[in-house]
Design a protein around this ligand. Sequence first.
Ligand SMILES: [Zn+2]
Length: 319
Amino acid sequence: MTYTEEAKQELIHLDSRWDCCRRAEICAAIFLSGGLSFRGAGRYGLSVNLKSLSASRYYFSLIKKYLGVTPLVSTLSTNRLGEQNGVELRFSDEDVDESMEKLMLRDENALFGVASAPNSEIVKNPCCKAAFLKSAFLITGYVSNPDKEYALSISASSEEAAKCIRDICLSEGVNARISTNRSRYVVYTKSAEGVSTILSLMGAQGARLRLENVRIMKDIKNGTNRQTNCDNNNIERTIKSASTQMEDIRYIASALKSERIPDWAREIMSLRLENPDSSLQELGEMCDPPLTKSGVNNRLRRLSRLADSLREQNKAPKA
Ligand SMILES: [Zn+2]
């Protein structure tokens, strides 16, 4: 089983808890599988087109539960998604009107009177947003095996439906984008964090755990490299601050007569000048009596303030 199939298997065993979410799921399935068609003279065809038998069972019971109608099941050699051996769940003519009403599929201002994206009411609640995403993923979703790359995508035939999915992702902090592939609009994310967030939001916790495990293993492998980089950064920071400290120290030495340099400053000033590369800890060990790292840090800060105040004084016009 591919990673995508694993995630989908997990999702079709999760029932939505509330009617609002069931409605969102059916809506997503209709939009994403291209199941809404205009037949002329105010008549419409309504269906959900699926790639697998297990998915068709899931939607069959969902439609029965929420809409109270029994769809007609037929297997097709190729369905609207271009899949071999697809399954079509078709609403019988007498159920279409009421179902469209409940699913808010009509839009008087739109071409042929039907909406090209879900009514905003359908995806208003956070629970319904997650349910919509789950169903959209079940119909046209794809997630790459995390061992190879991090990528998750859902494709739609209308730009409006794709934008709706992208906006749901954005509202969850996932930076999803839309690309066009022939006549389809593909919403995708290629960040590990994004894929993980979406899997978790849809309820595919098993798939998400597998992804997180891969991430952790990769992190451990990269850990040694990061440690080395980190050490280099620390050294750089020490050197940078040491050079500012030396500047301060030289300034104090030039601005104050030797006997006016405060006692607490004398030792640390000469130690720093003699040991520009030493860490705070090493400087502390050289002090007599020894100082802790934070003790050294404290003195160096006082030095810096002293240097600043001397610079200020020397700037001020003499009275
Ligand atoms: Zn809901």
